[in-house]
Every structure is written in C-alpha cells, then in structure tokens.
Design a protein around this ligand. Structure first.
Ligand SMILES: [Zn+2]
Length: 273
C-alpha cells in the first residue's frame, strides 16, 4: 500500500507539465567574473554561489582574464576557463581594431588552459578585421571554441574563415527564433546560449515557437546567466531554478541536453577529455 502510494506520488510529480526537477544539473555557459565582481565577491564566495545553484560546471570569461584564473584555481572541477580578449571592460568597443590584443591573447593561450576564446563582441563586417581573424586562427590551432556575442552576419563571416570552427553564439544573437533556427540548420558546429533574454519563456513558461525549436535542435542550446556586473551574481541561483522549471516542459532528453549535456560535450571536446 505504501509502495503504491509512493509510486503514484512519483508518477504525479514527474508527469506535471512544469514540475521542475530540483536535481537536474545545470551547466551555466555564460558567466563573467570581472574586476568589479572579484572585489566584492571573493573566489570562495563566488564558487559557493555556483554550487548553491546546483551548477555542475560554469563557462567563465572575465575582464581581465585574471578573474577567470582566480576562480579556476579555487574550483578546477567546476570552472571551464574561456579566454576573454579584454584586459579591462572598456575594451568591448575598441578591441577589434587594437592589434595589441593579438599578443595579449597569444600570451595567455601559451600559459593557461582554455576551452574557448570569448565572449567577445563583434558585429557585421568587423568580423573580417585582422584581429578577429587571428582569434579564429588561434581557436582553430588549439581546437577550442569561439564564444561570439554577434549578429548572424558576423557568425557567417567566422564560419567562412574556418568552416570547421565551433561557435557558441552568445544570447542566440538576441535574434528571432526563425533566424536562430535557420542558422542552426545551416551550421552544424553552431551552439546557442540563452543568456540574458527571457522571450523564450515569458513568465517562466515556454513560448510555443521556442519550445519546438528547442525540441528540434536540443543538441545545440545551452543555458547561461550572464554576469557582466556584480549584481547579476545574485541572479545565478534563481536563473538555475527558473531554467529547471521551463526545462521540465521538454522531453527529458532534450531538457538534459540543454540543461547540461551540450555544454559538457563541447567543454570535453575542447579540453581533450
Ligand atoms: Zn556576456
């Protein structure tokens, strides 16, 4: 009798359309730990936030990269280091025309381990400028991915430079679902993170168009908080919980892929694991 009741309860809990699985691991594919954050949230506390969120791994890139290195040292099992090319945050708008970035990135790549280069910001024809071309070459040489905050045009240019590149498209380009679908269909080595947008799940429930897109391309999406400022770190735990909630609306396999497996696979490929 007790067993029957227990079984009925489990069925009931699992069958609910939006019953978030509190145990579903999350890989947060879009975390920054920049200088103004590490001043107020030291590495052990930042690691504690990620663990509290049930984050299995976090893709971390920072202005400067010293933030990523500090966090990686504090929790190598948790942090997937990604090399942001900016030495300070102010370089977001200038880096792509600054040749000194190339030596900076090359120097870091020589001494540290990275799964990718990014998140960098580049749009349209700027993706064909020499500094960006060098980043694409570095990623190719080292077999690591590029995390691009870009429009579709810049992503296309990156793939023209290296058709075998692996690109993680930050914020899915803030693009419309139909355009994201077209890009994913065209480029097999393109992944898309869902950071800093909530149009796919307004009010915590999946939008029907996005839901179909997630089902059709469940092997390409990743979740991410995006923490460009210290305040956003307060959102990491909530982001993981909200993600678990809408992921539960998807078939379990698709939810696991988007929640953590796609990011795990890309990191494992890049880190040769
Ligand atoms: Zn970002």
């Amino acid at each position: 009798m007790r067993n029957t009741l227990f079984a009925a309860l489990i069925v009931c809990m699992c069958a609910g359309p939006a019953s978030a699985d509190p145990s579903r691991p999350i890989v947060d594919a879009h975390i920054h730990y920049s200088h103004d954050t590490w001043e107020v949230l030291p590495p052990p506390e930042a690691v504690a936030v990620l663990r509290q969120a049930g984050v299995k791994k976090a893709f971390v890139s920072s202005s400067s990269d010293d933030g990523t290195q500090m966090l990686y040292k504090a929790a190598p099992d948790l942090i997937v280091p990604v090399l942001r090319p900016y030495r300070v945050r102010g370089e977001i708008g200038t880096w792509v025309r600054d040749p000194s970035i190339v030596a900076h990135v090359e120097g870091r790549l020589k001494v540290n381990t990275y799964a990718g280069i990014g998140e960098f910001h580049v749009f349209g024809a700027d993706a064909d400028l020499p500094v960006m071309r060098r980043l694409v070459e570095f990623a190719k040489e080292r077999k690591i991915f590029l995390h691009a905050h870009s429009d579709a045009d810049a992503v296309e240019r990156i793939f023209r430079q290296d058709p075998a590149a692996r690109v993680l498209w930050a914020h899915s380009g803030f693009d419309q679902p139909d355009n994201v679908r077209a890009m994913l269909a065209k480029h097999k080595m393109l992944w898309a993170d869902l950071a800093y947008r909530n149009d796919y799940a307004p009010g915590g429930r999946l939008d029907a168009t996005w839901k179909q897109l997630f089902i059709d391309f469940s092997d390409r999406f990743m979740v991410g908080t995006d923490t460009p400022s210290p305040e956003r770190w307060y959102y990491v735990v909530e982001h993981a919980n909200i993600s678990r909630k809408w992921l539960a609306e998807l078939p379990a396999d698709a939810a696991d892929n988007i929640g953590f497996r796609n990011a795990e696979r890309l990191a494992a490929w890049a880190l040769g694991q």
